[in-house]
Write a protein that binds this ligand. Structure first.
Ligand SMILES: NC(=O)c1ccc[n+]([C@@H]2O[C@H](COP(=O)([O-])OP(=O)(O)OC[C@H]3O[C@@H](n4cnc5c(N)ncnc54)[C@H](O)[C@@H]3O)[C@@H](O)[C@H]2O)c1
Length: 302
């Protein structure tokens, strides 16, 4: 930013960098996918449609929703998986089970704080070296705090934005810098929230809501800039899911309010996110870019 009058005057001499869109030609990274192999029968084509290829990085990978989605990607053919989390140890048991369940897949974990760009860059480089490529990024790392706006400490505000929004950007940037020279395209999915669309009730959570809203915008910008590399960027906005984030005796009243305002009358279960994630990460999602899939039982209609 110009800090004096002459620098401000010089603004008129700027040349704006211009983003480049794909021309969509058959030699571009956004060319239509080839038809399924002719030798496949109907069942084979159904499997081929939702096949997940290559290797994925999942942040917040030791969390409830992330692990459920990791299993689904592996079921659909994922070859390698790096689970990045600030505390991978919290899910040591489930991760060991996942490794046992999918012996032919390479599954690694790394302790990474998504606020630390050096640590992210190192983890992405190590993952690419270990697994051979990075083809999918799913950003689940996130924190929520319920604080009245008037009581919000700067530290809580910054930390929520840093983890939920800036952390997702830093991971996407590091992964895109890996995907672009690979020349294989890729899929990036941010886990946003209904909180990015509407204000939750009854709990006050301004920092979380703003951080998730920002993810919806981040997805649009990156989807526009990176489509020409064959990198699709989308979000999933879950409603209230029955996970540790929404459990506990103190939340009973709030849970009743959430479910009573939902047309389906209940919260979601983690497996209900897996279908949309597989769609976005598989060939079935080849023309889905800059989309947000709301998975909330219809709660956003009110
Ligand atoms: N559970 C819900 O109802 C719900 C609804 C909408 C959106 N979401 C979003 O889904 C995502 C996963 O939620 P969940 O319910 O599985 O919660 P979770 O707490 O089980 O998972 C979050 C994970 O992020 C990790 N994490 C936190 N800070 C980190 C950091 N600085 N660096 C790296 N990892 C970090 C945690 O260790 C944890 O494993 C979050 O982004 C959350 O905001 C959840």
């Amino acid at each position: 930013m110009p800090d004096n009058a002459s620098e401000r005057d010089a603004l008129v001499n700027r040349q704006l960098p211009q983003m480049q869109l794909s021309d969509g030609s058959s030699s571009s990274f956004t060319a239509p996918p080839p038809p399924p192999p002719h030798y496949l029968d109907a069942e084979g084509r159904a499997q081929h449609r939702f096949a997940v290829e290559g290797n994925a990085i999942i942040t917040g990978g030791a969390g409830t929703l992330a692990l459920e989605c990791a299993r689904a990607l592996l079921e659909h053919g994922l070859s390698g998986l790096a689970l990045l989390d600030i505390n991978p140890q919290q899910a040591a048991g489930p991760i060991t089970s996942l490794i046992a369940e999918f012996p032919s897949a390479q599954i690694i974990t790394k302790q990474v704080d998504v606020r630390d760009s050096e640590s992210i860059n190192a983890a992405v480089a190590e993952t690419a070296k270990h697994l051979g490529s990075v083809d999918i990024l799913c950003c689940f790392a996130g924190v929520v705090g319920c604080t009245h706006a008037t009581d919000m400490a700067l530290e809580e505000w910054k930390s929520t934005m840093d983890i939920n929004c800036t952390g997702s950007f830093l991971c996407a940037q590091a992964v895109a810098k890996q995907m672009i020279p690979q020349e294989t395209g890729g899929s990036i999915v941010f886990i946003a929230s209904i909180s990015g669309h509407r204000v939750n009730f009854p709990q006050p959570q301004v920092a979380y809501n703003v951080s998730k809203s920002a993810l919806l915008s981040l997805k649009n910008s990156l989807a526009a800039e990176w489509a020409r590399y064959g990198i699709r960027v989308n979000t999933i906005s879950p409603g209230y899911m029955d996970t540790i984030l929404n459990k506990g005796h103190g939340l009973e009243k709030a849970r009743n309010i959430w479910t009573s305002r939902n047309p389906m009358g209940r919260m979601g279960v983690p497996q209900e996110l897996t279908g949309p994630l597989v769609l976005l990460c598989s060939g079935a999602g080849s023309y889905i870019n800059a989309a947000d899939i709301v998975v909330d039982g219809g709660g956003l209609v009110f």
